[in-house]
Design a protein around this ligand. Structure first.
Ligand code: ME8
Length: 500
């Protein structure tokens, strides 16, 4: 089955930060998990390079918007590499093929009768590149996201008849209750639709940095319309000489943060309906990472957790694990270096690392590294029963933290099993050699099963560990406790050493 997962494309006017890392890691965990299930996966990320915020930032730096794009797209690519994410393509909205396809789709929306000329007047936030309604404004006519004071702007624009999609969108939400998850975000999107949709300006007159409106080159296409279309255009040129659109469209999972909910859950489906393009299956809206003090992360408050610093000290795996473990995916949550340390030492090193090293050490010591051919302990088999399906069902709903917790309970269960069975005692009693065989085999195969399941979160450590168990296969079909057998173990360096 095709599975197409996307991240938002990030603005090149800012630096890559923890929030970007979070969404990108989450999408990668989904992509890796789906590959384990044997699905045909395409994973897209990239950069959003047009529009006013980028043009303004470039001007401030005294460089062209293209130069700024080149510089920062490079930094977002580097971030993706350091996070060890497996995106199949990196789109930039300045890619010529993207721009040509945007023009083509917007022309189609126009030809289908959904565009007209008008004048727009309203509260405009240049940082959001978006007009705000009165009800969205905060005290002092401030942007609810950027807190800056807004001004009224007036412009002759081309308009997209968003209002005529009120009913089709309500119908969509009634028919597909899992179009937006989690439920509170579905409710928020539906409430926005029900509050009445106003037409949307589709172009900007005073801006040059963007895709020209195909029938009026004096204007450029509104940056959000250009940006949203990346999910669709990328498939047409991601592979030289091959169009992947039929294979992967509609997208399975758009992963986004709550700040861009309205664009993805209201404007985007309306645009696609207007262009006659099938709608994506799901939009998963995650919450916001906050500073250690529970406030929005901001450099001036000094409460920002730098993903690169975490990677330098604890490694990529620690960051991937920490973010999806400590902050429930879908909710807001605070972040701190101390919390990373606690998860690293308390769970990765002391629980998983310890389970791995003692399992391998005991098999080496008591059985010369050969895993005995004994019965698996039936009580443990029962505790692992149905685990891969349970994890898959959670992943299908985007519940990445719950999926990780479900697996981690088995890591803890295996550690308790070691304590309960005390193999070091069994080893002293020749008459109990059969019991020791069974315990060692149960531990080896249990460790293999949890490692396969954990590999989307901990891709590197999982490969190292599975190599030491001599069972490199990552297929989820083998992730049951009786799904595959470890024959021999080989020595393993500590997976999560104390940072120097
Ligand atoms: O909005 N916590 O780009 P952007 C969690 N170009 N996630 C966060 C976060 C935080 N504190 N801060 C940012 C744009 N993010 C547009 C998108 S898509 C067609 C165009 C993540 O660079 C989160 O995914 O401002 C959020 O939605 C995204 O970065 C915004 O990135």
């Amino acid at each position: 089955m095709p599975y197409y997962v996307t991240t938002p494309i990030y603005y090149v006017n800012g630096e890559p930060h923890l929030g970007h890392a979070y969404t990108t890691i989450a999408a990668d965990v989904l992509a890796r998990h789906m590959r384990q299930r044997g699905e045909d996966v395409f994973f897209l990320t990239g950069t959003d390079e047009h529009g006013e915020p980028v043009a303004q930032a470039a001007e401030k730096l005294g460089i062209t918007p293209r130069e700024l794009g080149d510089r920062n797209a490079g930094r977002f690519r580097e971030l993706a590499e350091r996070l060890n994410v497996t995106n199949d393509f990196f789109i930039r909205t300045t890619d010529e093929e993207h721009m040509a396809k945007v023009a083509e789709v917007v022309q189609r929306i126009h030809d289908n009768g959904h565009v007209y000329a008008g004048t727009y007047e309203g509260w405009y936030c240049p940082r959001c590149a978006d007009f705000k309604t009165e009800s969205e404004l905060e005290d002092g006519n401030r942007c609810p996201i950027h807190k800056i004071e807004l001004e009224i702007e007036k412009e002759d624009n081309w308009f997209f008849r968003l209002s005529s999609f009120q009913e089709p969108l309500e119908k969509l939400y009634a028919e597909r209750t899992d179009f937006v998850t989690p439920q509170n975000r579905y409710n928020e999107a539906l409430a926005f639709i029900k509050s009445g949709l106003r037409d949307l300006s589709l172009s900007r007159a005073h801006l040059k940095w963007g895709v020209p409106v195909p029938w009026d080159h004096s204007q450029v296409i509104y940056v959000w319309i250009d940006a949203l279309l990346n999910y669709y255009t990328a498939l047409s040129f991601a592979r030289d000489g091959e169009d992947l659109t039929d294979r992967f469209w509609p997208a399975t999972f758009h992963v986004i943060g709550k700040d861009i909910l309205k664009f993805h859950t209201v404007f985007w489906p309306a645009m696609l309906l207007a262009a006659g393009i099938p709608l994506p299956e799901h939009v998963f809206v995650h919450g916001f990472l906050l500073g250690a003090d529970g406030r929005k992360m901001s450099k001036s408050l000094g409460n920002v957790l730098d993903p690169f610093e975490v990677i330098d000290r604890y490694g990529t795996e620690a960051l991937r694990y920490y973010l999806l473990r400590d902050v429930t995916f879908g909710a807001d949550g605070s972040t701190s270096f101390d919390a990373v340390r606690a998860r690293y030492e308390g769970e990765l090193a002391n629980e998983l690392g310890n389970l791995a090293s003692r399992t391998i050490a005991m098999i080496t010591r008591y059985r010369d590294g050969a895993v005995p051919e004994a019965e698996l302990d039936p009580s443990m088999v029962a505790e692992f029963d149905g685990l891969p399906d349970e994890v898959s069902a959670l992943m299908d709903r985007g519940e990445l933290t719950q999926a990780l917790e479900t697996i981690w309970q088995r890591v803890r269960r295996l550690n308790r099993y070691v304590e309960e069975q005390a193999p070091w005692q069994l080893a002293k009693d020749e008459a109990r050699a059969g019991d020791l065989d069974s315990v060692l085999r149960t531990l080896a195969d249990g460790l293999r099963a949890v490692t396969v399941l954990l590999s989307p979160w901990l891709p590197e450590s999982s490969v190292t560990l599975l190599d030491a168990l001599g069972t490199p296969d990552l297929a989820l079909s083998g992730a049951a406790l009786d799904g595959g057998r470890v024959q021999r173990v080989s020595p393993l360096e500590p997976l999560f050493p104390k940072p120097s």
